[in-house]
Design a protein around this ligand. Structure first.
Ligand SMILES: [Zn+2]
Length: 408
């Protein structure tokens, strides 16, 4: 039996790097796409291959970890396949690590919990207090003097997750719980049952942040800047948040490089430390200001979690960007419904680029919410759960976006 290349790629997409029998020819080592993907089937195989390398083989890639650095090296190597300029943009920061696990007991009941990334820990023997409701979460206070001892945030999407608390480590410890445990906590508020919390953390000054910046110079300095964070929360391999979006960005780079001849300079920034106070994007923006190139940026497009579902969630105050994305959907006959929000496009990783005064959009996605969103920041945000229709579609929309903007 003989397969055409296309069939072979399609068939091998589910069995990455594993030897695949192809009949009388015997076993061949099926690295599905060694070079640059050329069509939808190859893009799917390429996405699977890189998700496997980054999420399965390496795992969680929290900022400052060796695992993050290994992932950054892979991304650098992929950019190098097609872009003429690829650089690391390094910076130093105070690294945070959790020692062991965070724990919570309400009365005698253990509750699943995660400490926020960058949060202070508890004293070595933990802390105890009583619960009360506050806003959408809870607080733990001292039973007598009512001093605030800890904050508890509720994950509205599913079970317990850590959030980002890196911005102010002087605040009381912040623990995350899942919404399934809210009734139990409510009960404890009523009954005054004691709650015990413990989590040990370590800060060290040797943190190294690593952005990977690929560039495709155009005929003009006028620039379209794409951003996608390459770090993950410390609890997850982050297949949808945000590895798949980084891969979409790499495929856009490959396709643009193949096409060549752009008016605009295209920059593709895989940023570090998004889950930790946007440190990578903030640093790269500083570099752009210091080198007096911030002003060249005409468009800033931030990709965060493009594969929760097929409907792009477009946050932008710029009508031109929205109009282009809307018409691309109808012109390409895409069977999905972008959701347009009048939110500032300078949000999350694109926020530090506000001084450019560029047209900005922050892009997320929705549509398979019940299946995908409970995996947000959790250990099961895994490659096999990434819907490839979403990555392919995001690729098609923004590949077309680059071409249309370039013609304006
Ligand atoms: Zn993210």
């Amino acid at each position: 039996m003989k397969y055409s290349r296309k069939e072979f790629i399609t068939r091998s997409a589910g069995a990455l790097l594993a030897p695949i029998a192809i009949g009388a020819g015997g076993w061949i080592n099926a690295a599905p796409v060694a070079g640059i993907p050329r069509n939808a089937a190859e893009r799917n195989a390429y996405t699977r291959m890189l998700l496997d390398q980054l999420c399965t083989a390496i795992g969680p890639r929290a900022t400052g970890s060796e695992h993050y650095a290994a992932g950054a090296a892979i991304i650098h190597g992929e950019f190098k396949k097609s872009l003429p300029v690829v650089d690391y943009d390094d910076y130093a920061f105070d690294r945070w690590e959790l020692i062991g696990r965070a724990g919570m007991e309400v009365g005698k009941q253990e509750i699943e919990t995660d400490l926020a990334f960058g949060s202070r820990g508890t004293p070595e023997n933990g802390l105890s207090g009583i619960l009360s409701r506050q806003d959408s979460g809870f607080i733990v206070v001292h039973p007598e003097n009512k001093e605030l001892l800890a904050n508890i945030s509720v994950n509205k999407y599913g079970r317990s997750i850590p959030v980002d608390r890196s911005t102010d480590p002087t605040l009381p410890p912040l623990f995350g719980v899942g919404y399934r445990d809210v009734p139990l906590l409510e009960e404890a508020v009523q009954s005054g049952s004691p709650v015990r919390l413990h989590a040990q953390v370590r800060f060290s000054s040797d943190g190294k942040g690593i952005n990977v910046i690929g560039r495709l110079p155009g005929k003009q300095p006028d620039e379209i800047l794409f951003l996608a964070h390459a770090d993950t929360m410390y609890t997850t391999p982050g297949a949808i948040d945000n590895t798949a979006s980084v891969i979409v960005m790499m495929m856009l780079a490959h396709e643009a490089a193949k096409r060549g001849n752009h008016k605009h300079t295209l920059t593709f920034a895989a940023t570090d430390g998004e889950e930790y106070g946007l440190l990578g994007a903030k640093h790269y923006a500083k570099v752009r200001s210091a080198t007096d190139t911030m002003k060249n940026i005409r468009y800033v497009i931030n990709f965060d979690s493009l594969a929760w579902g097929p409907n792009l969630w477009v946050n932008s105050l710029n009508d031109e960007i929205k109009m282009i994305i809307r018409s691309i959907h109808s012109d390409l006959g895409l069977k999905s419904y972008p959701r347009f929000e009048s939110n500032d496009g300078f949000s999350m990783d694109s926020a530090p680029f506000r001084p450019s005064e560029a047209r900005a959009a922050h892009i997320n996605s929705r549509g398979y919410d019940a299946q995908t969103l409970p995996r947000y920041h959790r250990a099961d945000d895994l490659p096999q759960h990434v819907p490839l229709d979403c990555t392919e579609q995001a690729f098609r929309v923004f590949d077309e976006f680059i071409q249309r903007v370039d013609r304006l």
